[in-house]
Each structure stands twice: as C-alpha cells, then as structure tokens.
Design a protein around this ligand. Structure first.
Ligand SMILES: Cc1ncc(COP(=O)(O)O)c(C=O)c1O
Length: 292
C-alpha cells in the first residue's frame, strides 16, 4: 500500500505529494518540522509536538494556516489513513512558494506536509551494547544566531556534525557550544548519571528542548531520582558512570564510549536500562488514539 500524505489540506499518494521548487523550505530551509512516533495505534505526545511546532512557527514569524486542533486532527487522520499501529510521522511547515529572493513576504501561504511511514530503527545492537561517540568540531549555533530551540528545516549544522561522526567511524556525536560546553547529540539530547544523580544540559546552552528529554525528566521525578539541568563539560562525560541519548527517533540509546574513554563498565548501566524499559512501557500505554 502506498503511503497517504497530507499536503495542504489534501490526502495524496506518495507519488503525487510534490511541492514547488520555488518553495522557500527548499530554497532557504525556511520552515520548521517535527518528528513523532506512533506506538500501538497511538501518537505519542502529539499535543506536545504540535505545541513545539507552533512555538517554532511563532519564533520565525511563520503563520501556520490551520489551528492547533486542525493540526492535531490532520495528524490523526493521516495516521488513520495509513493504517499503521507503529510508525513515524514527519511534519513540515515551510514558508511556502515565493520569489527567488529570501524575503518571506513573497510567500503568501505556508505549505503543510504530514508524512506517515515506517521507521528504520537503529540496529538492535546499539540498544543492547551501547554506542561509541566522538566530540565533533562543528559547534551548535549560538542561541542568538539560530537558536536550536527552533526545530527549523535548516539542519546543515547537524548534517555537518554527522559527517564528522561518519568519518570518525563512530555511531554518534557530541556537539559543544562556542564556550566549549556540551549541548546535545547530532539529533538527540544527552543525559549523564554520576554517583546516583542524573544530569542533562540546560536549554540556554543551545539545545532543542526534546519531547523525549522532557518525558525522561518526568519519569525521573516519578522514580524519585535526583535529576538536574546542569552545564556539562567533556570532562563530566569522560568521568560519568552512565550516559544516554534521547530522541523520538532514537528513543533511548546508551553511550558507552566518548572520545576513546570507556564510560562506566563499558556496558549500558542499570539506570539507563531502567529508563529504556520504563520508556517502552510509557510509549505503549499512552498517546493520542488513532483508531478509536
Ligand atoms: C537537534 C535535536 N536534538 C534533540 C532531538 C530530540 O528531540 P525529541 O525528543 O523531541 O525527538 C532532536 C530530534 O529530532 C533533534 O533534532
């Protein structure tokens, strides 16, 4: 069965889902996106993703041509038409079709796309054995340049970082900000466990405020664990007992090596394992129902 894609109010097949080469999303990366997951016939954290989408839109003065509720409904309907119990949703809102100059005023209407598809998960081995990561030279942009809080279509910064990861033969990357503090992975947030306490990087260092990150923070509270947002250096990573990445796509991935230093025992630790199991239960038990 061909995927059904939402495109500007219409549900079309994959081959008909085309946008103009004059769309500023393509010409300038002028737009925003979200990546969501479907688990067990429900869209996980749908409202949170839609809220972040509208926050990104507000920040870049992009008018989304539908209400939040219409956006929620369009997600549910697209998911329903695709009939998937488990899958991935990619939502794009671009500045729309305009002239060849950058001026957003030449774009009268934003383009909205919702793609539902199966997700190619990382190899199971990553979750069982953990991954090896390197610090990349490409810095996360300063919050006063292009704040990573906006989930913009301009992901070249992350792509550049990913190229470095690939060239190093690693599975993941750590991105620093211009002060040398740890921000996040190339498309994931980071958590550290040390002496029974947990840490994650604060928003002001320049990170995307991940929905998975916030879910982990809620879970830590439920578990009665001490988790604080703290500025971290590479040293904090080198001497950590456990490290893991979080993201809607990646879910929770243990990190067992950073720049050649073995983290903890070199295998995923107990805290990480607890969150992997807890997260799996949460995503399968909660979410916005598609088929009811
Ligand atoms: C740069 C970056 N950081 C973190 C994340 C994790 O965010 P979330 O948990 O909302 O998927 C993503 C997700 O795509 C990302 O692109």
């Amino acid at each position: 069965m061909s995927n059904v894609i939402y495109l500007d109010g219409n549900y079309v097949g994959k081959d008909e889902a085309k946008i103009s080469v004059y769309d500023h999303g393509l010409l300038y990366g002028d737009g925003i996106f979200e990546g969501l997951r479907i688990y067990n016939g429900r869209i996980f954290k749908l409202e949170e993703h839609v809220d972040r989408l509208y926050d990104s839109a507000k920040s870049i003065m992009l008018e989304v041509p539908m209400t939040r509720q219409e956006m929620i409904d369009a997600h549910v309907e697209t998911a329903r038409r695709n009939g998937l119990q488990d899958g991935y949703i990619r939502t794009l809102v671009t500045r729309g079709v305009g002239s060849l100059g950058i001026d957003p005023r030449s774009c009268p209407k934003a383009t909205v796309v919702i793609i539902v598809d199966k997700i190619a998960l990382y190899p199971a081995e990553y979750y069982e054995k953990g991954i090896s990561v390197v610090t990349v030279a490409t810095r996360r942009p300063a919050v006063d340049a292009l704040t990573p809080r906006v989930k913009s279509l301009n992901y070249l910064n992350n792509v550049m970082a990913k190229l470095e990861v690939n060239m190093a033969g690693a599975q993941g990357g750590i991105m620093l900000n211009h002060d040398g503090y740890v921000t996040e992975g190339t498309a994931d947030n980071i958590f550290v466990v040390k002496n029974g306490k947990m840490y994650t990087t604060p928003r002001f260092v320049g990170i995307l405020e991940g929905i998975t990150r916030n879910t982990i923070m809620d879970m830590a509270k439920e578990y009665g664990l001490c988790l604080t947002e703290e500025v971290l250096t590479r040293h904090d990573l080198f001497v950590a007992d456990e490290i893991f990445f979080t993201g809607s796509g990646a879910e929770i991935i243990p990190v067992v090596k950073v720049d050649g230093r073995t983290i903890g025992t070199g295998a995923p630790g107990d805290v990480t394992r607890r969150f992997i199991a807890g997260y799996s239960a949460t995503v399968n038990e909660t979410g916005y129902p598609i088929f009811e």
